[in-house]
Design a protein around this ligand. Structure first.
Ligand SMILES: [Cu+2]
Length: 73
């Protein structure tokens, strides 16, 4: 019931992948932005396309939060 690592660094063009090892479905959701569905025992990914800090959370468990710091390559 947590994103691990909760905070990561990435470069523009990188693909971020989440692997759900929980017994519950999760999402990685940016308010007003994208959403990656993470069903039980499945993975999901998204490419980051611009520099900046992305704060995301799980729409189903809003106390689950994560952050991606994206820098230029
Ligand atoms: Cu969740």
């Amino acid at each position: 019931m947590a994103f691990s690592l909760a905070e990561i660094s990435a470069k523009v063009g990188d693909t971020i992948e989440w692997v759900n090892k929980d017994a519950f479905a999760h999402t990685a959701t940016v308010k007003g932005g994208w959403e990656v569905m993470l069903p039980v025992k499945k993975s999901g990914s998204i490419a980051v396309e611009k520099a900046g800090t992305i704060n995301y959370y799980c729409r189903l468990h809003p106390n689950m939060k994560g952050r991606i710091m994206v820098t230029r390559p």
